[in-house]
Design a protein around this ligand. Structure first.
Ligand SMILES: [Zn+2]
Ligand SMILES: [Zn+2]
Length: 494
């Protein structure tokens, strides 16, 4: 079934909510400028800006209804949306709580105004949202038809969902999930079963995340990895077997057999699929063989509810960070590092990191926090020959130390963060944003505050940035057609 939903960051929503419900129990108005993500599962509207209508100036007693936006305000806001290639959504509020719907005057005004607005905004979408406390209803007009809004997701440290009417409480859930549902209820278990989560990279880190998500009862996983399993991965990949890496062929002294072994070895995503289906036979598992820096692969993550970045290339960090901010999908980057002194061979300060990234300024953007250095991106974009010429350190990712217990610390923290965020279990007064780092040599956890740069191309709403632009901006993926002189990588293409 196709669904029509809205996504908005918590800071933007709080600003709108304060304007609509200042405590005077009166009606107030605003406009949300939003982009869209269209997939075969439906339409997601992505809020980029909120334009507040001043009471008595932009929002005045109406000719047809109690109050209305002035013609001048509508013209100004809709022209702004058209210039920015965004959809226009008029917002007002009603009284009451947990349930809301348009009045007949509201609906009549939509029919009078929206066909023309669709023209002005070049196909919109356009529409209207009406809020009550803890409820929202909406009508979304596109050139192909009118759809009712199913729900709105507000993304803060806790994720929160608003509906036109509160969903009916759920009864008891499957016995498999009985013990965990004692913590978050049958409703929480139902939300997990409805969720779609993306995992980028199914090596040591991603394989653990996959196992945890499947056992929690997540309904749908989209997983991508280009690699096949090797003997040296088996110390870290959950449920990988000797037969998967075809050791007896790959370590043969006969070359054709070694080649055959390389061909027959199992893809890492296929092992993840087996693990997930053994944990939950009802799971919908989408296994993608490829690289998230390829456009068709990156686009498969556009309608996920949460993203895990478990690959350690700078290019995948860039695409992940763009997906988080451009499509308003919260995510976590997980990694561990084992630094060693090259001359003495001594162990440095080992750490595991779980970096939560929420789609708003100061939410942990990897670009703002210098975790995607341009120099490293350029190194990765070089062809192997070019890299060799520049004496690039031989493949650091493959030869870096890696230990399952270090991965487990970061992945458990990260998957727990997903669970608490998605089910709204964080304590609003005490829980803080920021990255969490574990230093096993010191036996300590530390949190790092996150920076936000003005004019950031991913998390800021400056007009050249991609924030909440959804399908209307390009993802920073490799071009399909490679130019003759070598691979090209478009860094910040709009
Ligand atoms: Zn109304
Ligand atoms: Zn940023």
């Amino acid at each position: 079934m196709k669904r029509t939903t809205f996504r908005i960051s918590a800071p933007l929503f709080d600003r709108l909510e304060r304007h609509l419900f200042p405590g005077d129990h009166d009606e107030h108005g605003a406009v949300i400028a939003a982009s869209v993500a269209e997939t075969k599962h439906g339409t997601r509207c992505l809020a980029r800006e909120v334009i507040l209508a001043r009471d008595g100036v932009d929002y005045v007693p109406g000719r047809f209804g109690y109050r209305a936006l002035t013609g001048e305000f509508v013209a100004r806001a809709s022209n702004h949306c058209a210039r920015e290639r965004l959809g226009y959504f008029a917002v007002h509020c009603h009284g009451g709580q947990d349930s809301v719907s348009f009045s007949s005057t509201d609906t009549e005004s939509h029919e009078r105004g929206y066909p023309a607005l669709l023209d002005i905004t070049n196909g919109g979408p356009v529409g209207a949202l009406v809020f009550a406390r803890n409820a929202v209803a909406g009508e979304i007009w596109t050139s192909t038809g009118v759809n009712k809004l199913d729900s709105m997701t507000v993304i803060g440290l806790n994720s929160r969902c608003l509906y036109p009417h509160l969903p009916k409480p759920r009864g008891i859930c499957d016995e498999t999930y009985h013990r965990q549902s004692l913590m978050f209820g049958a409703v929480g278990q139902h939300y997990l079963a409805q969720s779609k989560v993306g995992i980028i990279g199914l090596g040591g880190v991603g394989s653990l995340v996959n196992e945890y998500l499947a056992r929690l009862g997540v309904g749908e996983i989209v997983a991508v990895d280009f690699d096949k399993v090797e003997r040296s991965n088996r110390s870290r990949i959950v449920n990988s077997r000797c037969a998967d890496s075809c050791d007896w062929l790959r370590y043969s002294s006969f070359r054709p057999l070694r080649r055959l072994g390389d061909r027959l070895a199992k893809q890492k995503v296929r092992i993840a699929e087996r693990v997930a289906k053994e944990a939950n036979p009802n799971i919908n598992f989408q296994a993608l063989v490829g690289d998230v820096t390829e456009l068709n692969i990156a686009r498969a993550f556009r309608d996920t509810d949460f993203l895990f970045l478990c690959a350690d290339s700078m290019q995948s960090r860039l695409v992940f960070n763009a997906l988080v901010h451009q499509y308003l999908i919260p995510g976590i980057q997980i990694g561990s590092k084992v630094p060693t002194n090259k001359t003495t061979g001594n162990l440095g300060n080992v750490f595991s990191a779980a970096r939560l990234i929420l789609p708003f300024r100061g939410g942990g953007c990897l670009l703002c926090n210098e975790l995607i250095p341009a120099a490293k991106l350029q190194d990765e974009a070089l062809s192997p020959e070019e890299r060799h010429r520049q004496r690039y350190v031989e493949d650091q990712l493959v030869n870096a130390p890696s230990v399952i217990t270090l991965n487990a610390v970061g992945t458990a923290q990260a998957t727990n963060d997903f669970l608490f965020h998605f089910l709204g279990l964080f304590d609003d007064t005490h829980a803080r944003l920021g990255y969490l780092m574990h230093y096993p040599c010191e036996r300590t956890w530390r949190s790092t505050e996150c920076r936000a740069d003005t004019g950031c191309l991913h998390c800021d709403t400056s007009s050249h940035g991609v924030y909440a632009r959804g399908d209307r901006a390009s993802l920073p993926c490799k071009c399909k057609a490679q130019p003759a002189e070598g691979p090209s990588f478009t860094l910040f293409r709009l």
